[in-house]
Ligand binder design. Sequence first.
Ligand code: 5AD
Ligand code: SF4
Length: 465
Amino acid sequence: MTEIIANTKKLFIKTYGCQMNVYDSDRMADALAPHGYEPTGDIMAADLVLLNTCHIREKASEKVFSELGRMKELQDLRRAAGADLMIGVAGCVAQAEGEEIARRAPVVDMVFGPQSYHRLPEMLSEAASRRSLHPSQQRAVVDTDYPEEDKFEHLPAASKEVTIKRGLTAFLTVQEGCDKFCAFCVVPYTRGSEVSRPVSQVLTEARNLVAAGVKEITLLGQNVNAYHGLDAAGRTVGLGELAYLLADIAGLERVRYTTSHPRDMDDALIAAHRDLDILMPYLHLPVQSGSDTMLKAMNRRHTAAEYLRTIERIKTARPDMALSGDFIVGFPGETEQDFEDTLSIIRDVGYASAYSFKYSTRPGTPGANLGGQIAEEIKTERLHRLQDLVNAQTTAFHAACVGKTMPVLIERPGRMPGQVGGRSPYLQAVHLDGSPDLIGAIHQVEIVGTSTNSLVGRLKVAQAA
Ligand code: 5AD
Ligand code: SF4
């Protein structure tokens, strides 16, 4: 039995990378709360620092090692002040380079991958007891196994009791890992193969979040629309069906999900977009490239035309749907024509926003062994051209919102006194004049203008008392 520790220690988690890491960091905080650890935003006051790392692109591990250099200085400061600091490295760099981190950075107490977070309290007490060993025998606790047990069953689900108040929006991981093996991507190696959480677990966590005041949930998964959780009857439920079940939760007003693979946009999910207002009309659907040659080399397993057809089906079901995407420039063998094809698909789709990256070789992935690696200057030049195009599309999308009335989830006081701020269905920041009483609900807002990266609105319909 783990003893409940009364005195409060401070926990600082530094999160890199994707939203799933943000979710995982919250879960780790929840797992440590019963053991006396309280989150702090002040790293200087921390008794335990966890770095939740990302391995998706280059230099990630080098960044971790330089961060660990700073942690050593912080630890020295804490010790000089009569306190101490324990340090853990979590996330995908930890998973990929566990032993190497322990060897190269003796300052680290624990190194553990994303599948081990439920064992964090045990690791922490093991690491604390190793502290009393002779320095020559002190070694970090390393846990990068893929355990048989389901970590989600062992992690405290976001419950009313342990959930540190998260505000009006929350992430909820429903699926983890990936079986797609795109040639550029480390995820199938760092997060393992696809696992979906059972339906009841997802619904319980969603209800708990709503009971804690959450209005909008973003379902997370590396391949979220490949979700295939079991229900109580042992039947497999897809993401579309899950959306209908979530729509029945009273008080839950908005559902988003990310990241999707084009091949998994099945009819049931598209029908859910047609039927459910709770599903926001904003979809992140990465295509990576518009060239069939590149798509094949990347092992995406669909063509550009198939992607465009999928978008057509989605827009037929939900005409107000807007899209965002991910793009990689300079994948091995990419010619000027291949790149032009990418610009062309971007023009065809018209994105509300997009993330774009220079291809970065990841050791151990098939892409790393391909000939025809592209020079850095060419990647840079193509990235700029691509970003100019998507930035123009984003600006056009914001401008096209002016004059429309849309539901805005008012989340916080605005930048100026007398203002409040929130999010549109398309995740745009919206600022408007209004009293703080508006915070916490969805209000109809007329968009009257745009400013850098945000919209300016005017309250249209006062909320009925
Ligand atoms: N190089 C560049 N970008 C990558 N991504 C994934 N792996 C790589 C890589 N090796 C991008 C993809 C993916 C997003 C999360 O990161 O666009 O959709
Ligand atoms: Fe990586 Fe492709 Fe899986 Fe996405 S679908 S996580 S890009 S392997």
